[in-house]
Design a protein around this ligand. Structure first.
Ligand code: URA
Length: 273
C-alpha cells in the first residue's frame, strides 16, 4: 500500500513528465496497429454519418456555431476600435456578451497599473482569488509575480498587469481557442492604448495567443521577440514561465530570473542609447 508521501511524489513525477490526464488504471499501447483499425473505421463511419442528409441539422448547428463565433470576434474588434481610453474599454468589456465565461465568473478582471507603464506583464486568465477580488494576479501566483517584479528593481504600480482573458475559466481549466479569439481584441486594444515599450508574457497561453505562435514556452522563452501593433509599431517582447508553473517547479526559477535580467539590461541599454 502506498503512503501519502509516495503518492504525492508519484503524482509530482507524472506532472513533471507532462501527464495531464489519466486514461486508465494500467498503461496500454494507444497507437497499436490492431487497435487503430476499429478506431479508423469508426472515424470513417462518423464522417459518413455527418455527410448524410439525416445529419443536416448537425451540420447546420456546426455552421451556425462557427458563424456565431466569427460574429462575436468581429463585434469585439468593432467595439474595441471605438474605445479611446482604458476606462472606455473596461466599460465596453463589461457590457460585452460574446464570451460565455462571463456567465460563470464572479467578477470581470481588467488590467491594472500605470496607464503609461513601460512594461506590461500579461498572464493567462484570472484564478479563484482574482475572480473573487476582481483584480489580476492577487493570489499566490500574484505574490510571486510581485517578488519577480521587485527583484529586478520595479514596483508593481509602475507596471501594467493584465491577462488574455478577463473572466476565470471554471476550475481554472485551459481556455479554449474560441474564448481566446473572442477576448484577444480587448487585450490588443489595452496594448494599443498603453503603448508599453516592453511586454513580458507569462506562460504559454499568453505567448501563443499574443504572438500567434504555437510553440511551447520552453522554446519561446528567453529570447527577444516582437509584438507588432501594426507595420510601424513593434514592441520588444519576452516570454517566460508563468508564476504558477514556477510555484510547482521551483527548479525553473533560475531561468525566469535570467529572463527578467534580460529585460532589465535591455531597458538599461535602451536608456543609454
Ligand atoms: N494566473 C494568471 O494567469 N492570471 C492571474 O491574474 C492570476 C493567475
Amino acid at each position: 500500500m502506498m503512503q501519502n508521501e509516495e503518492i504525492k511524489e508519484l503524482l509530482e513525477w507524472y506532472i513533471m513528465a507532462g501527464v495531464e490526464e489519466i486514461a486508465g488504471d494500467s498503461p496500454f499501447e494507444a497507437i497499436q496497429k490492431e487497435n487503430s483499425a476499429p478506431a479508423l473505421s469508426q472515424l470513417t463511419q462518423i464522417r459518413k454519418e455527418i455527410s448524410t442528409p439525416s445529419s443536416q441539422p448537425l451540420r447546420k448547428a456546426t455552421t451556425e456555431l462557427a458563424q456565431a463565433m466569427q460574429n462575436a470576434c468581429q463585434s469585439a474588434r468593432d467595439i474595441c476600435a471605438k474605445a479611446q481610453t482604458l476606462q472606455d474599454l473596461k466599460e465596453v468589456l463589461s457590457g460585452f456578451d460574446g464570451c460565455a465565461l462571463k456567465l460563470t465568473a464572479s467578477n470581470m478582471v481588467f488590467g491594472e497599473g500605470d496607464e503609461h507603464a513601460k512594461v506590461m506583464f500579461i498572464g493567462e486568465a484570472p484564478g479563484a482569488d482574482e475572480d473573487r477580488a476582481g483584480r489580476p494576479f492577487v493570489g499566490r501566483s500574484g505574490q510571486l509575480l510581485d517578488k519577480m517584479i521587485e527583484a529586478v528593481g520595479f514596483k508593481r504600480e509602475e507596471c501594467y498587469i493584465t491577462n488574455v482573458l478577463p473572466w476565470r475559466p471554471p476550475g481554472n481549466r485551459t481556455p479554449t481557442d474560441g474564448e481566446v479569439a473572442v477576448c484577444l481584441p480587448f487585450l490588443k486594444r489595452q496594448i494599443e492604448l498603453i503603448q508599453p515599450e516592453y511586454i513580458f508574457l507569462l506562460g504559454a497561453s499568453a505567448a501563443n495567443a499574443l504572438l500567434d505562435i504555437p510553440d511551447p514556452i520552453s522554446k519561446l522563452r528567453g529570447r527577444w521577440l516582437e509584438y507588432c501593433i501594426n507595420d510601424t509599431q513593434k514592441i520588444k517582447t519576452l516570454a517566460s514561465f508563468h508564476p504558477a508553473y514556477l510555484l510547482r517547479n521551483a527548479g525553473q526559477k533560475a531561468k525566469a530570473w535570467v529572463d527578467l535580467l534580460r529585460l532589465k539590461s535591455q531597458m538599461e541599454e535602451d536608456k543609454k542609447a
